[in-house]
Design a protein around this ligand. Structure first.
Ligand SMILES: Nc1ncnc2c1ncn2[C@@H]1O[C@H](COP(=O)(O)OP(=O)(O)O)[C@@H](O)[C@H]1O
Ligand SMILES: [Mg+2]
Length: 320
């Protein structure tokens, strides 16, 4: 039998951090509660990003009240594809990725057709808070449906992959790309069944992946390799992640970005409590990297310049 003490020791050696430590030493210490709404409400995040000149998917409509659902069909008349999501959603819950129409019905990214009544009912549930943090009444956001860069066609099953970068005090410390699978229904959330693939910070090249608890090198649906892929616009992605520190003033934040084939990188959302599976996807722990940035903090040498922070991260945080 595996000795739990030896396992714990090995995990510490590679610097894996657990939920308790992440919360106590990083989330609570570096994220002020009053700034949480900036990331917990996707509408606020979008407005802040726009004001700061950071790229986000275009907002088509906001639905706040039940009676506005009817008008929504009108507002969306000319649009073939769009995404509807709860402003306070998480984990991909409740999100509708609509990629086409057939008569009165909407086609979801998994191919299924949604009748108008089902669509209305779904949004009504969204407004009542069914998919939202804390179950509070919520509003629904309708936005541009990202057309992912075709470079990832072979490794994402009918959906849009997203790239997560953890930014600590504005330094990008670790990253992964999340690839949708047949199971995850067009969404890139790991617990919906998407794959997480670690990305080397200095080069932007993918290393290896996890799917559930399994370490993988191929996409389970397409069997194409997920190792050695070069993420386009990598430096730009790192810069966006670095700039999100000033944007929301949260020290420890997960920045989720998608790559549109025409528009380039767009910020999808920010997260004040990003999950820890990114460590599995990288086969590397976060702790050593976080400590390295804390050393700068203790020395009083943290940089205020996002470009300088990116340069530091590229020099110091390879995926081993
Ligand atoms: N505008 C969009 N275009 C295409 N796909 C999207 C869009 N918004 C969300 N998605 C898909 O849904 C997933 C979850 O969306 P996100 O905004 O991150 O909400 P959540 O907080 O629920 O994770 C994304 O990872 C992506 O795969
Ligand atoms: Mg997300």
């Amino acid at each position: 039998m595996l000795n739990p003490f030896r396992i714990a020791k090995r995990l510490r050696a590679i610097g894996l951090t657990g939920i308790g430590q992440r919360n106590a030493e990083f989330v609570l210490m570096y994220n002020q509660r009053r700034n949480y709404p900036r990331v917990d409400d996707k509408l606020i995040t979008k407005k802040l990003a726009l004001a700061a000149g950071l790229p986000v998917p275009q907002l088509y409509a906001v639905v706040r009240e039940e009676h506005e659902i009817e008008e929504l069909h009108e507002k969306l008349r000319g649009r073939e594809s769009f995404v509807v999501k709860p402003a306070h959603g998480s984990g991909g819950d409740g999100i509708l990725v609509i990629t086409g129409r057939r008569g009165d019905r909407y086609r979801r990214s998994n191919g299924a057709l949604l009748a108008r009544e089902e669509f209305d009912h779904h949004i009504s549930n969204m407004l009542s808070g069914l998919f939202s943090l804390g179950g509070q009444p919520d509003h629904a956001l309708v936005e541009y449906c990202v057309q992912f860069d075709p470079i990832f066609d072979n490794v994402s099953y009918k959906g849009v992959p997203d790239i997560r970068i953890i930014s600590f005090l504005g330094y990008p410390v670790m990253s992964m790309i999340r690839l949708p699978t047949r199971m995850s229904d067009g969404k890139a959330n790991l617990h919906q069944g998407a794959i997480g693939v670690g990305i080397d910070i200095p080069t932007g090249i993918t290393r290896r992946g996890v799917w559930g608890r399994e370490i993988i090198r191929e996409h389970p649906d397409t069997e194409s390799t997920i190792v050695g892929l070069e993420i386009p616009h990598w430096d730009e992605l790192l810069m966006i992640a670095a700039r999100c520190y000033e944007l929301v003033e949260l020290g420890y934040v997960g920045v989720d970005i998608v790559l549109d084939k025409d528009l380039g990188p767009l910020i999808l959302e920010l997260n004040a409590r990003p999950g820890l599976a990114i460590q599995m996807a990288n086969g590397n722990g976060l702790l050593h990297r976080l400590r390295r940035v804390q050393e700068l903090e203790q020395q009083g040498t943290l940089s205020r310049d996002p470009a300088e922070r990116v340069a530091f991260s590229k020099a110091n945080f390879p995926t081993l």
